[in-house]
Design a protein around this ligand. Structure first.
Ligand SMILES: Cc1ncc(COP(=O)(O)O)c(C=O)c1O
Length: 385
C-alpha cells in the first residue's frame, strides 16, 4: 500500500536480513514448561531464573489472601497513588540492602530512562559500557550530559579517559550492567570502585540480571563482591528472577529525595497496583532463603557451558545467561526452529538487540531445569560452526 510505503519497505528489509520479529503467543505451565501452538516445550528463554513463576503453590497462597482493592491503582505516586504497599516494599529493600533508602518504579525501562537524565545534567559526564541494555542507552540519550561509550568491559580505557578529561566535568557517572543481559558476563566491580575512588566518580549499577541469582541473599553482584555500599545507585528489576513486575533502586537519602522530585518516569505515570507490590514484597522476602536454587543454577550452568564447549560451539556467559554465537540472523532462526522441533523453546536473539554478525541462541537457565533437560538441549543443538 502506497500510503505505508516507508513501513512496508522496512518490514521487507527486516525479512530479507532475517531480522523480522513476530509476537509468539505462549502460556506457562508448572515448572519450566511453556506452551506454544498447543504443544509443550522446555523453556530455555525465560528470565525466571529461580523458577518462581512456575511455583504455583507460592502464587496460590498469595492470591487466596488478596482483596478487590488490591487490584486498583488510582493515580501517580505523587498524587494519591502511593499506597501503603509501596512503603512496605521499599522498607523490605532498605532492610535487605542496608542502605538509607529505596525507590520503586513501574519497570526497569522506566527507571533507566527516567533516572539517568535526572542525575546526569549538562556539564556532567556519563561513561557507559557499549553493551549496556537499550533502556540505559535511551536514558543516556535523554540526558544533557556528555557521553563516553567504552568498548565492552575495557575499564583501562575508562581510566585513561578520566585521567585526561575528569577535570572538565562536574559529576561523572559510570553506568554499567552487573551481569550483561546478552553476553552473560560480569562487570569487574572491584576495578570500578577503584576508578570511582581515584577519579571522584559515581557508580550506577544495573543489577537486572544479578538480583535473585548472585550473592548470599540473592541481592546481586554487589553483594557477592561485598561492595553494596560503594555503589551510588544500585538498580534491579522485579520482572526477571523475582517473577513479578516493576523495578527498584537503592541509594543515599539525599539522592532519593532528589529523584522523587526530578524523575519524570516516576512523577508522570500511574502507580503500580497494590497486588503487584505485595507479590513482589512476598517474593523478595523469600529471596535470602533460596540458596538451593542459586546453587542449582551454578551447577546447571557449569555443566551446560562445558558440554557446549566440548562440542566446539562459540559460547559466552559465566552463569545463568549463556549465549551460543551463530553470526548470521537467518541461520540463528533456523537453529532456533530446529530446537523447537526437538521440544526446546530457545529463541534467536538478533540485531538490534545484539550487534550485526553476532546473532545467537540466548539461553537463560532456571532452577527448575534438570540435567536431563540440558542433555536434551545439547543433543538437539546442531549447526555448522
Ligand atoms: C540490564 C537491563 N536493564 C533494564 C531492563 C528493563 O527492565 P524491565 O523489563 O523491568 O523493564 C532489562 C530488561 O531486559 C535489562 O536487561
Amino acid at each position: 500500500m502506497l500510503k505505508y510505503k516507508t513501513y512496508t519497505t522496512e518490514i521487507n528489509n527486516l525479512k530479507e536480513s532475517g531480522n523480522f520479529r513476530e509476537l509468539k503467543n505462549v502460556s506457562f505451565n508448572e515448572g519450566s514448561e511453556i506452551e506454544f501452538s498447543n504443544k509443550n516445550y522446555i523453556n530455555f528463554s525465560g528470565n525466571d531464573y529461580l523458577g518462581i513463576a512456575g511455583n504455583k503453590e507460592l502464587s496460590k497462597l498469595f492470591i487466596d489472601n488478596l482483596t478487590s482493592v488490591d487490584l486498583t491503582s488510582v493515580s501517580s505516586r505523587l498524587l494519591s497513588g502511593n499506597e501503603v504497599s509501596y512503603l512496605e516494599l521499599e522498607n523490605t529493600l532498605v532492610d535487605l540492602y542496608k542502605r538509607d533508602s529505596a525507590l520503586v518504579f513501574s519497570s526497569g525501562y522506566h527507571l533507566n530512562i527516567g533516572v539517568i537524565p535526572a542525575i546526569a545534567l549538562k556539564g556532567d559526564l556519563i561513561i557507559s559500557d557499549k553493551l549496556n541494555h537499550a533502556s540505559i542507552v535511551d536514558g543516556v540519550r535523554l540526558s544533557g550530559a556528555d557521553v563516553f561509550r567504552f568498548k565492552h568491559a575495557d575499564l583501562n580505557k575508562v581510566d585513561d579517559y578520566l585521567t585526561k578529561n575528569r577535570s572538565k566535568y562536574n559529576n561523572v557517572w559510570i553506568i554499567t550492567e552487573s551481569v550483561f543481559s546478552m553476553d552473560g558476563d560480569f562487570t569487574n566491580l572491584k576495578k570500578l570502585v577503584e576508578l570511582k575512588q581515584n577519579h571522584s566518580a559515581f557508580i550506577y549499577l544495573d543489577e537486572a540480571h544479578g538480583v535473585g541469582v548472585l550473592g548470599d541473599n540473592g541481592l546481586g553482584l554487589a553483594e557477592s563482591e561485598g561492595l553494596i555500599k560503594d555503589v551510588d545507585i544500585l538498580t534491579g528489576t522485579f520482572g526477571k528472577a523475582l517473577a513479578s513486575y516493576g523495578a527498584f533502586l537503592v541509594c543515599d537519602s539525599v539522592l532519593n529525595e532528589y529523584l522523587i522530585n526530578k524523575t519524570r518516569t516516576l512523577i508522570f505515570t500511574t502507580a503500580l497496583p497494590p497486588f503487584q507490590l505485595k507479590w513482589t514484597n512476598n517474593v523478595l522476602k523469600h529471596l535470602p532463603s533460596m540458596k538451593y536454587e542459586r546453587e542449582k543454577l551454578t551447577e546447571l550452568s557449569a555443566y551446560l557451558i562445558s558440554e557446549l564447549k566440548n562440542k566446539g560451539f562459540n559460547v559466552v556467559g559465566n552463569n545463568h545467561i549463556i549465549s551460543i554465537i551463530i553470526g548470521d540472523s537467518a541461520k540463528a532462526v533456523t537453529v532456533s526452529e530446529s530446537l523447537l522441533a526437538n521440544g526446546i523453546f530457545a529463541l534467536a536473539v538478533r540485531p538490534p538487540t545484539v550487534s550485526v554478525g553476532t546473532s545467537r541462541i540466548r539461553i537463560s537457565l532456571n532452577a527448575n531445569l534438570t540435567f536431563e533437560n540440558i542433555d536434551l538441549f545439547v543433543d538437539a543443538l546442531k549447526f555448522d560452526n
